[in-house]
Design a protein around this ligand. Structure first.
Ligand code: GDP
Length: 290
């Protein structure tokens, strides 16, 4: 379970609970303070941290320690459950024919993730194909095409054409025989109304089964605003957090999932096509608290 992997300061605080033999308010407060520190450092939204702290304190003091558990295990279980409440168990992307639309701002890792996801389905034995509807960022076409070529993944794009809606229509027409269609869409440097409108139009043309919001692990509090805007306009089915191989812990993504009715589907852990992992709540929580 998650407790073996917790950071050292948190482990020290938790040890106090065991030493005290019973759960008293002061030791719970100490533990909660350490958890708050860890979560805030990991970029988790302050309000979320405060609400969760309150819940943890109340439950740790009120709920009886289940038999067979020591106070320490009891508190860790509560912390874990409260985090899972926010993070969720993860969004399952089934291995079946479907259309997936990728959404996110420029630099989030959307194009890289599109190719990783195609590779993921390919390795599972499905036939994926990719449409490049990012007509905004110069270089997106070539980047995605060469990533797809490397793994012999069918690709549709129209270099130099800015009509992303037409590209989606024609791409779906041409690549309709493949199992999984992944559409890489354009981003912007910041959340702009014309981006939202473009996503709404692509959404109504492509009618994707899944809409994945791609967020950089380092994004912090802006995650919330982005998630809300995209979710209100087209609905988000799941989140992909990229660059978790770096130092950022991805706490901002928690605000994103709490804003939407979704949870994390995948995490990106590097720049190559194999660097995509299915989301595992335990590991993510350990990292947040560690
Ligand atoms: P887009 O503008 O959203 O399409 O972003 P890109 O896919 O071009 O990614 C922006 C940069 O982030 C590129 O240099 C990618 O190689 C890099 N990148 C994307 N995902 C990851 C990841 O999981 N880990 C690391 N280290 N770099 C990533």
């Amino acid at each position: 379970m998650v407790m073996d992997k917790l950071g050292s300061s948190l482990q020290d605080a938790l040890k106090k609970l065991v030493n005290s033999g019973r759960i008293d308010e002061k030791s719970v407060n100490d533990v909660v303070k350490d958890i708050q520190r860890a979560l805030l450092q990991a970029d988790v939204n302050v309000q979320l941290v405060m609400n969760m702290s309150k819940q943890i304190k109340e439950r740790a003091l009120k709920e009886e320690v289940p038999s067979g558990m020591n106070p320490r295990e009891h508190v860790i279980r509560i912390v874990y459950q409260e985090l899972i409440n926010i993070i969720g168990e993860g969004t399952e992307i089934n291995l079946e024919p479907q259309t997936i639309m990728m959404i996110g701002l420029q630099g989030s890792g959307k194009t890289t993730t599109t190719s990783k996801l195609a590779r993921y389905f390919q390795k599972k034995g499905l036939k994926p194909a990719v449409i490049c509807a990012d007509t905004f960022r110069p270089g997106a076409y070539h980047q995605l095409k060469s990533l797809c070529d490397k793994n012999s993944i069918p690709f549709y794009g129209e270099e130099g054409n800015e009509d992303s809606l037409g590209i989606v229509e024609r791409g779906m027409d041409k690549l309709g025989k493949y199992d999984v269609l992944i559409i890489d869409t354009a981003g912007r440097h910041s959340l702009e109304q014309d981006l939202i409108e473009e996503m709404e139009q692509i959404n109504s043309i492509a009618k994707p089964d899944k809409k994945l919001l791609v967020l950089d692990a380092a994004i912090g509090q802006q995650a919330s605003e982005q998630a809300r805007a995209f979710n209100e306009s087209i609905g988000i089915s799941g989140v992909v957090i990229t660059k978790l191989d770096g130092t950022a812990k991805g706490g901002g993504a928690l605000s994103a999932v709490s804003e939407t009715n979704s949870s994390i589907a995948f995490i990106g852990v590097g720049e190559t096509s194999g660097d995509l992992e299915k989301f595992e709540p335990d590991r993510f929580i350990s990292r947040l608290l560690g």
